[in-house]
Ligand binder design. Structure first.
Ligand SMILES: [Ca+2]
Ligand SMILES: [Ca+2]
Length: 204
């Protein structure tokens, strides 16, 4: 694959990291006729933040600004770290050169300093295969990570994440993390159906 094509593939994969910008639907202002109506039960996905929600981006999808349950749990950061390893599980006959995974983490138990693609997030990613580009994007409840080059990924771990543990809560378990392959491509730049792929999580 040419350098130009690998740059295009990286651009496509990285564009998937950015969640769509959605305008929140404003609530009824004081004095508005709707303001005097009996309050409806909170509904996640209606674009209004209603307790116990902490966010509402107008949908019930994960992988964007607000998780599917409209709650991002609070965390008081401790000095203790928590290490997670992510591996790609794929058929033996399929070479993968670029992949985007969504690692949903228990944000009331662990956190990453900073957000989106800040350096403080990038510094927590390690063990990416030699030479491969690593493009992390933290959503404060899940981490999107793109790992890409123009040759096949070697077997073994895709990346490690070093989280901070939250104060006063037990350490999470591996099953508290949920990893999903969102996009993958071959060394020739062809997209691979993600139902052929999955990612696994180990904790230590
Ligand atoms: Ca709502
Ligand atoms: Ca959402």
């Amino acid at each position: 694959m040419t350098v130009r094509r690998s740059v295009v593939v990286l651009g496509v994969l990285c564009s998937l990291l950015r969640p769509p910008l959605l305008a929140a639907e404003p609530g009824a202002p004081p004095g508005h006729p709707d303001a005097d109506q009996p309050k409806a039960a909170p509904r996640c996905g209606n674009g209004r933040i209603e307790p116990p929600e902490t966010c509402d981006d107008g949908n019930t999808n994960d992988g964007d600004d607000c998780p599917s349950n409209c709650r991002i749990e609070a965390c008081t950061r401790s000095a203790e770290r928590f290490e997670v390893s992510v591996a790609l599980v794929r058929p033996r006959d399929t070479a993968i050169a670029g992949v985007v995974v969504l690692l949903d983490y228990p944000e009331g138990e662990v956190m990453l300093p900073g957000a989106i693609g800040e350096r403080s997030v990038a510094e927590r990613i390690s063990h990416v295969p030699t030479g491969f580009a690593s493009v992390p994007y933290d959503l404060d409840y899940a981490l999107k990570e793109a790992v890409v080059l123009n040759r096949a990924l070697p077997p073994g771990d895709l990346f490690h994440v070093s989280f901070d543990r939250c104060e006063g809560v037990p350490a999470p378990r591996a099953e508290d993390f949920h990893c999903r392959v969102q996009q993958a491509s071959t060394p020739a730049g062809q997209m691979v159906p993600t139902d052929k792929l999955r990612c696994s999580v180990r904790t230590s």
